[in-house]
Design a protein around this ligand. Structure first.
Ligand code: NDP
Length: 272
């Protein structure tokens, strides 16, 4: 009676996706069961095949398997092809459709939930890994004045600039290259916060009106958000909204219904 979905990753015990999709299913009266699958680091494809044999209809894919999910897909949405990474799989007879909903989730969180326009703004994107790659095209579609990519390993940032240069005003550099420049929205798409670290950000890139956005989330402010607050930034956001919005986009791909997100974001926020 219940269609089966899951999130797959390693590690996975921390994932909030089962909670989010169970709430979406309750809210939309869609009969589905949603699990968490811990796949061995070298066992992603086997775990996906086992899940399909059990009748699984779709998967959310998280660290470190987004590239493998991209390679396993037999069909790709345009945004997954551009991102070269897949966070959502949909199984249809013998086809595997791969999508990437991370960028749509981030943009929706910033523009709608945080009421912050991206159009004509100066954006600094920190990091050049899988998460950064997935959000560049959706950010550029909003037509920012400039999108600057800063990364510790410069060639990776340069490569992203090269890949996306025809789609908007995009530049790249080391963190210190941007000293003295102000940005309206500063997005942390590095994994530094996972290790309680802070990329070498020049403090003067913030202004009082900037939005500081960390894709990571935890109960307390991340190092990056603490740093931004010390520089006088008042508008701080973590990645909970992005997480819920990218999940809603996956749910829409699977079920054709867009769930309400605001109450789910509220439910996941740490209680004071
Ligand atoms: P990757 O491993 O692909 O990339 C990591 C990036 O972080 C690289 O650019 C790396 O730089 C940089 N980095 C790591 N440590 C430091 C440091 N100490 N100083 C400066 N830069 C550093 O990770 P992902 O892109 O997949 O994920 C990044 C973050 O985004 C994670 O925290 C993840 O949880 C979060 N995320 C959140 C989502 C949400 O829905 N809220 C969705 C997807 C991701 P270098 O190239 O120099 O190594």
């Amino acid at each position: 009676m219940f269609d089966l979905y899951a999130v797959i990753g390693n590690p996975i015990s921390h994932s909030k996706s089962p909670l989010i999709h169970t709430e979406f299913s309750r809210q939309t009266d869609q009969p589905l069961q949603y699990e968490a699958i811990l796949a061995p680091i070298d066992g992603f494809e086997v775990a996906v095949n086992n899940f399909r044999q059990q009748g699984g209809k779709g998967l959310n894919v998280t660290v470190p398997f987004k590239l493998e999910a991209y390679k396993l897909s037999t069909l790709l949405t345009g945004r997954a092809r551009t991102a070269q990474a897949v966070n959502t799989l949909k199984f249809d007879s013998d086809q595997i459709l791969g999508d990437n909903t991370d960028g749509a989730g981030l943009v929706r969180d910033i523009v709608f939930n945080l009421s912050t326009a991206i159009t004509a703004k100066r954006i600094l994107l920190m990091g050049a890994g899988g998460a950064a790659r997935g959000v560049i095209q959706p950010l550029l579609e909003q037509k920012p004045r400039i999108l600057a990519i800063a990364n510790r390993t410069l060639p990776k940032a340069r490569e992203l600039q090269r890949q996306f240069f025809s789609q908007g005003n995009i530049i790249s550099g080391n963190y210190l290259d941007f000293a003295g420049e102000h940005f309206d929205i500063i997005i942390n798409a590095t994994s530094a916060s996972l290790n309680d670290e802070l990329p070498p950000l020049p403090p003067d890139i913030f202004s009082e009106k900037s939005l500081a956005y960390d894709m990571m989330y935890r109960n307390e402010l991340t190092h990056f958000l603490q740093f931004a607050r010390q520089q006088g930034v008042k508008h701080l956001a973590d990645g909970i909204g992005m997480l819920v919005e990218q999940a809603a986009e996956s749910f829409f791909l699977w079920r054709g219904i867009r769930p309400e997100t605001r109450n789910v974001i509220e439910m996941l926020k740490p209680k004071a």
